[in-house]
Design a protein around this ligand. Structure first.
Ligand code: PMP
Length: 328
């Protein structure tokens, strides 16, 4: 496990052991703690899986040193895989659908990765198909597939989950986390359940996303601006375990955006819109536990802030809601 009180041989050794920070704006009786994943070297929670997935694929011989990884990604996973690739003697090619923030793409390129653009219309399914087409042109290449590989979940089961349990002496009442691939939520829940079998689990998605239909909720598909979580195809990921989830909680773009700005001005957290959504939901769950409207084994709520606000300056994340909404 990473610790930060010794010198490091590699940037990969700096991944993880991020701080768990109590939010000011939560009910005193039920504190909310956010795992600040901006402290990772690539600035996001995905650094954990970039390292774990590539080390795992090399261990299993699915790619040899000197080979290539090809992944469909809107950004954070690409940055994370690119960092790990530099250290593990791999080349990286990313298939990037249009519409995501330019900062992430520039950082992937800065790390030496090649970018293959694709229209955003076909969603992640089209990007995945394209990644396989590219990989097939190489002898020694693999598509890591963050939406399918159990290594994604494992990274969080071995690191993020145990770190949270350690920081709270096992007293985790509720886990409230946004879902893209679902790897963060599933891995953390798996680790925490071993010590707290009845921990309360809430999955956060944008309003307009349809993951909630996995639990039979009515969901109307619609556009949303929050980046990194949500889907219009609930079967997009193989990593969610609906039976492990008590509720899917939708958060509107407007509420997430207001929370991003409140977190900056009132609490000094520079975070992206998926963190804003997670914070809104976590504070709501804490209020409901405090009011005895929800059951949780401990009076604590844990969430994850996946990445930082600097990554979305070109999207006007710190502008008015309308300025943010309008910026494509
Ligand atoms: N927030 C951001 C900014 C992300 O990039 C991602 C990953 N797509 C998530 C949240 C969701 O994480 P996960 O894929 O582990 O569900």
């Amino acid at each position: 496990m990473t610790t930060h009180d010794t010198s490091k041989a590699s940037v990969l050794d700096t991944i993880g052991e991020t701080p768990l920070v109590e939010l000011d704006a939560a009910p005193g009786a039920v504190p909310v703690y956010a795992k600040a994943e901006t402290f990772n070297p690539g600035g996001s929670v995905k650094d954990r899986i970039g390292k774990h997935i590539l080390e795992g694929l090399l261990d299993r011989g699915e790619v040899e040193p000197g080979g290539t990884i090809v992944e469909p990604t809107a950004g954070n996973t690409g940055i994370a895989l690119a960092i790990a690739a530099t250290q593990l003697d791999l080349d990286a090619i990313f298939v990037v659908p249009d519409g995501f923030s330019v900062e992430k793409e520039r950082l992937m390129a800065a790390l030496g990765a090649e970018i293959d653009h694709i229209s955003g219309d076909g969603g992640m399914a089209a990007a995945t198909e394209r990644a396989h087409e590219i990989a097939d042109t190489f002898d020694n290449a693999v598509v890591p597939q963050q939406f399918a590989t159990p290594l994604n979940v494992e990274a969080h089961y071995h690191t993020t989950g145990p770190e949270i349990l350690d920081a709270l002496d096992g007293e985790v009442g509720a886990i409230v986390i946004g879902i893209g691939s679902g790897g963060t939520l599933t891995g953390i829940v798996r680790a925490v359940r071993e010590q707290v079998p009845d921990v309360h689990v809430v999955a956060v998605e944008p309003e307009g996303s349809t993951f909630g239909s996995l639990l039979g909720d009515d969901r109307e598909e619609g556009p949303y601006k929050i980046e990194g979580i949500g889907t219009h195809d609930p079967d997009v990921t193989e990593l969610l375990e609906p039976a492990e989830i008590d509720e899917f909680l939708p958060v509107s773009d407007r509420d997430a955006h207001a929370e991003v700005q409140r977190l900056a001005t009132a609490e000094g957290h520079l975070v992206g819109s998926s963190s804003g959504a997670a914070s809104v939901a976590a504070r709501q769950v804490a209020e409901e536990i405090a009011a005895d409207e929800r059951d949780a084994p401990f009076d604590t709520v844990v969430t994850v802030f996946p990445d930082g606000g600097e990554r979305y300056l070109s999207k006007n994340i710190y502008g008015s809601f309308e300025e943010w909404e309008e910026k494509s």
